[in-house]
Each structure stands twice: as C-alpha cells, then as structure tokens.
Design a protein around this ligand. Structure first.
Ligand SMILES: [Zn+2]
Length: 267
C-alpha cells in the first residue's frame, strides 16, 4: 500500500493490515486527498491498520473467521471509506466476498458493471420499498444452486443514498430487496436499539439472515456490538472490558463454530 495512508505509518505489525475491499478503497480515496481526513470528534493519533482503532482498543484479535456464501457489494459515498465509524469495513471483515466501489454521479467503475453482470451472482439492490416502483420489489432471497446472492448496499447517509438510488441508471434493472418492517422491528427489539435507521452492517446482517445464513448474520451483528463498544470507549479514553456480555457473545459464537468451549473467556 502507498505510504499516503497515515494508518500504515504507525508501528503496528504489517501482517495486521487487512487488505479487503473497503481498506483498498480507503487507501485509494486517501491518495486523492490533498489534506488528511480528520473525523469530527474522533480520537487522534496512532491507529491500528486492521481495525482503524487506537492500539489500546484494537479489535483485530476478535475478527470473526467463518465461511459466508453470499456476497456484498458496497457502493460507497465519497467520504464513507474515510470515516473511522464506517461499518461497511466490518462487513468486509466478516464477508469474504465483499466488493467496494466509490460512487460518483457522472461516472461508474467498469469493474462494478462487470460484477453486476457476473453469472455467478444474483444481485439484489437493498432499499426501502416506500421509494421504489412496486414491480421491482422482492422480500425474499431465492436460493439457487448456481447463483449466490450478492447484496448491493448503498453505504451513505440517508439523503445521499436516496440520491445515489435515483442517479445510478446501472442499478435500475436490479430487483430491489426491501427489508420487511416486521423483520426489522424484531431485530431492533432483540438488540434494544431505538434508532429508526440501520447502519450498513446491520442491513448486511439482515440480508445474510434472509439468505439462510443465520450464523453469519448473528456473528456480524455481534461483531458490530463489540466494535461499537471499542469505538465509544476509545473516544471516551476508557479501557475495554473484554469480559463484557458483547465480547462473551461474539467469542461464544466463534467457539461454538469450532466446538471448543475452552476458547470462552473465563472470568
Ligand atoms: Zn486492530
């Protein structure tokens, strides 16, 4: 990676650097910047290249490893890859086949067009039903042997996402997967969250559940919980509690997958 990425100019081990699609997009976006990006209110100083957090709050050892059949295609608003709080990064950590492209109103990456045409994928554009012509809307994911689902997510603020939806003609032919309000509210209830909007990794988790991959869905949701804790505690300069229920849950999901209970943290 070019030395223009300040995250890579610190002393963290090179091996810790993830080179997934969002990390690459971030590096490319930084290379085009004339001045360093400073997230408002975010912690300053050295960051881990693998998780973007300060080293004392590094999340890398908790990054889940599991097979995921579905793919995710993130179409990201210009500034999203630079935000330390962007959760598309977490999707790329968990879903091996995550693709990421920057969005622009007047041009489109030919690699994105090729991906959407690729026969191995069945793309679904994920967007709320209320804003879409009814004929395009689907609410379930068709399981087929030959095609894996590819969830196309507009990773942006809500006003940006609406603009991207309207001004991306190459997305017009895709079926639109709308998350049902019942499914969404059950999810909210389980996670005790009040916000009416989902973040990108929450949407991806709901999509994985619809694709019949409940373990991947739970793992991504649990990983977001742990990331949120690390991120907020770093901002408040408070230590991470690695025995918290969120950590225990994520670790137990991984331990159950490998059938080795001894991996669970013992208090
Ligand atoms: Zn890290």
């Amino acid at each position: 990676m070019p030395a223009t990425d300040p995250i890579l100019t610190n002393s963290m081990p090179r091996a810790a650097a993830l080179v997934h699609a969002v990390a690459r997009l971030r590096t490319a976006r930084l290379a085009r910047s004339s001045k360093p990006f400073l997230a408002r209110g975010g912690p300053r100083g050295e960051r881990c290249p693998g998780c973007r957090l300060v080293p004392t709050h590094c999340l890398c050892a908790l990054r889940p490893a599991l097979p995921v059949r579905a793919g995710v295609c993130l179409v990201m608003a210009d500034i999203e890859p630079l935000k330390p709080s962007n959760t598309g990064w977490l999707v790329a950590d968990v879903v091996t086949d995550t693709f990421a492209f920057g969005w622009a109103r007047t041009s489109v990456d030919t690699a994105l067009l090729a991906l959407l045409r690729d026969e191995q994928w069945q793309p679904y554009l994920v967007f709320p039903q209320a804003f879409v012509d009814g004929g395009r809307v689907v609410t379930t994911v068709q399981a087929t042997r030959n095609k894996r689902p590819l969830f196309v997510l507009l990773d942006a603020t809500w006003p940006e996402a609406r603009k991207m939806f309207r001004k991306s003609p190459y997305l017009d032919k895709l079926p639109v997967l709308s998350l049902q309000s019942q499914q969404a509210s059950n999810y909210k209830l389980r996670r005790s969250q009040q916000s009416s909007h989902f973040c990108t990794s929450e949407v991806a988790a709901l999509c994985l559940a619809l694709a019949g991959e409940p373990v991947a869905a739970q793992t991504l949701a649990s990983y977001l919980d742990v990331f949120t804790q690390h991120y907020l505690l770093a901002k408040q300069q408070l230590p991470v509690d690695r025995s918290s229920p969120a950590h225990q849950h994520l670790i137990s999901l991984q331990a159950n997958r490998y059938g080795c209970k001894q991996l669970l943290i013992q208090e």
